[in-house]
Design a protein around this ligand. Structure first.
Ligand code: F6R
Length: 264
């Protein structure tokens, strides 16, 4: 587990964009696992800029989004499909046929639909680089606390904390979704490489528990400790509850010296 500490948001966005750009340069037909949420917006802006400047070409890239709210059509302003088009896809050249986002409009046959999403990932050769944010409750994707570490793509009921966090994005009186379709923790752990971004003090406790706490279903992101190639990109406030910050800085210095390719 590599923990990269940056002073601010901007440092994180830039480094994440560079890591993604170099993955795509090395393998133009990279399969990216993508996330939504406010943490990702700056990163997508950098990727869009790099594409405009001609330093990154997404024409062969395949994408799979982590999750989508159940009940929201792709055109709904709060759907993750809308978010992805608004913040990323309309600015870059990912081919429409290569974009996969769980369908929030399905009704019934959920298991069959989720199995087909899993199959599409497998048939595409698996995810090379999975991007993650983290919820205040430690969720990754919408794997709320108590999710099984072996879980696969499925229907998930959103926790009270997530519902409260999301309520502000919906119009007053509008009912916000209570369920989502999400890749499972087991699905996420099969990605070859994982990059988790966290900013702000509200994430500090979840980040500390995920990196330094025990592996527990109470904090879904703690399952990432089981993965051999995870990078946490954190700003100062999000890292503020970590007890081993000095050690992470020293690991980073040695990584830059001995295996610099891990950082760019
Ligand atoms: C979104 C997702 C979620 C978010 C998390 C953090 O696709 O999978 O796990 O990454 O809720 O959201 P923000 O960045 O809005 O704090």
């Amino acid at each position: 587990m590599l923990v990269i500490l940056k002073q601010d948001n901007e440092g994180i966005n830039l480094q994440a964009a560079q890591l993604i750009a170099s993955a795509v340069k090395k393998k133009p037909a990279t399969t990216l696992g993508l996330a939504t949420g406010s943490t990702m917006i700056g990163l997508y802006q950098h990727l869009a800029r790099m594409h405009k400047e001609g330093t990154i070409d997404f024409s062969q890239v395949v994408t799979f989004n982590l999750d989508e709210y159940l009940g929201l059509p792709p055109t709904h302003p709060q759907s993750f499909c809308h978010f992805m088009h608004e913040h990323f896809f309309r600015h870059v050249n990912v081919q429409a046929r290569n974009i996969h986002i769980p369908d929030g409009t399905i009704r019934g046959n959920y298991e069959q639909y989720c199995a087909s999403y899993e199959s599409a990932i497998q048939e595409g050769g698996g995810i090379d680089l999975q991007l993650l944010g983290i919820g205040r409750n430690g969720h990754i994707g919408f794997n709320e606390p108590t999710s099984s570490i072996a879980s696969r793509t499925r229907l998930k009921v959103l926790s009270r904390e997530t519902l409260d966090d999301n309520a502000k994005f919906f119009d007053p009186g509008e009912e916000s979704p209570r369920c989502a379709i999400t890749m499972g923790i087991g699905t996420i752990l099969e990605a070859r490489k994982i990059l988790l971004l966290a900013t702000g003090e509200a994430k500090a406790e979840a980040v500390a528990k995920s990196i330094e706490g025990p592996i527990t279903c109470a904090v879904s992101a703690s399952a990432l400790q089981l993965h051999p190639d995870v990078t946490f990109l954190l700003d100062e406030p999000a890292a503020s509850k970590l007890t081993q910050r000095d050690y992470y800085h020293r690991v980073l210095e040695m990584t830059a010296l001995l295996t610099p390719e891990k950082l760019s």
